[in-house]
Ligand binder design. Structure first.
Ligand code: PMP
Length: 349
């Protein structure tokens, strides 16, 4: 991938030509305002009566420092990384004409978002042991393929792909390569984030919903070539990240930049389940995981699902997902929750 590559050429013509909505606060710069009479807000201060920063400038500074990427490479979504997924479809794919390529099985929102945007999906089955089918992904594409989606670590299979494999794919794909790293904090295989400058066709998705424990705040991020971050910012709703979320996330990221203790605990619990579950009745196989969940194959997954539910443990039934027949996806919980899971698995047969 050379420096000459410009993602703008792949964008929808209407997005390239877009004149974005200018918010009341876009035109403001400088200090000294005592009467905010520009945005038709209620003037009485109740803590949330003012519109938030539409560009999340302070939040982006904190994210930039924490993740080691320049501010102009960052897009922030206020509906989690799901918002970034939808925006990428809207920025790059012409409805009814363009298509995307995805690995299969993978995170379901890519397909749903494509369907909402009337974009064809070309699923490419994973290789043996859920390996990355680099050549098949490349050959599934045609001149209307704008985005290739790889989730690493992959949901629901749990395995991650190495930086070497992902770089090889980035070199070969035509169009953009989106790498969803929602679970990367739990993986030892590394992140593609340090390589977005080397690969201007790569977008890396991250979320605060998993290892960072802020799913309820709905904060997701996309890191990319600045023209992509800028196109996503122009296409988003003007005030897409609400004020309390911006403030809360800034505080939490400043207070707890290092999450290694909780990540280490969850990884050690995952390893405990990886060893214990194969010994339980009805378990056929526990797939290796680089994430905070395990894909487990059972003789009779529906019965086990119901049994766990009755015992108070809800897991995700993936038995009917192509490529995951017989499988339940089990999130690594607290040590006590994992004890309950193992106890239920001991007692059921
Ligand atoms: N990507 C993957 C692979 C996921 O599993 C999820 C959530 N389950 C998301 C993205 C979306 O996360 P959020 O919208 O909470 O950031």
């Amino acid at each position: 991938m050379t420096d000459i590559f410009d993602p703008t050429a792949l964008m929808r013509p209407n997005i390239r030509a877009l004149v974005p909505y200018s918010t009341a606060r876009d035109e403001f710069s400088g200090e000294g305002i005592t009467a905010w009479l520009d945005a038709n807000e209620n003037p009485f201060d109740n803590g949330v009566n003012r519109y938030p920063d539409p560009h999340q400038k302070e939040l982006k500074k904190v994210v930039s420092e924490l993740f080691g990427t320049p501010v102009d490479t960052i897009f922030i979504g206020g509906a989690g990384s799901d918002e970034a997924i939808d925006l990428l479809m809207r920025v790059f794919c012409v409805p009814g004409k363009d298509n995307i390529v995805t690995i299969s099985p993978t995170y379901g929102v890519y397909e749903v978002s494509a369907a909402i945007n009337d974009v064809e999906v070309r699923p490419v089955p994973l290789g043996e042991n859920f390996s990355l089918p680099v050549d098949a992904l490349v050959s599934a594409a045609d001149s209307n393929t704008k985005l290739t989606w790889v989730c690493s670590p992959n949901n629901p299979t749990g395995n991650a792909y190495s930086v070497t494999e992902l770089s090889r794919l980035a070199e070969k794909v035509s169009g953009m390569l989106v790498i969803d790293e929602a679970y990367v904090d739990f993986s030892e295989k590394g992140s593609m984030l340090p390589f977005i400058e080397k690969f201007p066709n790569v977008v890396v998705l991250r979320t605060l919903s998993k290892a960072r424990g802020m799913a309820s705040l709905r904060l997701g991020m996309a890191f990319s070539h600045p023209v992509v971050a800028q196109a996503m910012a122009m296409t988003k709703y003007p005030y897409n990240v609400n004020g309390p979320t911006q403030m809360d996330v800034i505080r939490r990221l400043r207070e707890t930049p290092d999450i290694s203790a909780v990540v280490d605990l969850l990884i050690s619990e995952r390893k405990r389940l990886e060893v214990a579950l194969p010994l339980k009745a009805g378990v056929k196989r526990v797939y290796p995981s680089d994430a905070n969940f395990l894909l487990v194959e059972f003789d009779d997954p529906d019965t086990v699902y119901d049994m766990l539910l009755k015992g108070g443990a809800l897991v995700r039934n993936r038995n009917r997902v192509p490529g995951c027949k017989g499988c339940l996806r089990i999130t690594v919980g607290t040590p006590e929750q994992n004890d309950l899971l193992l106890k239920l698995m001991d007692e059921w047969k």
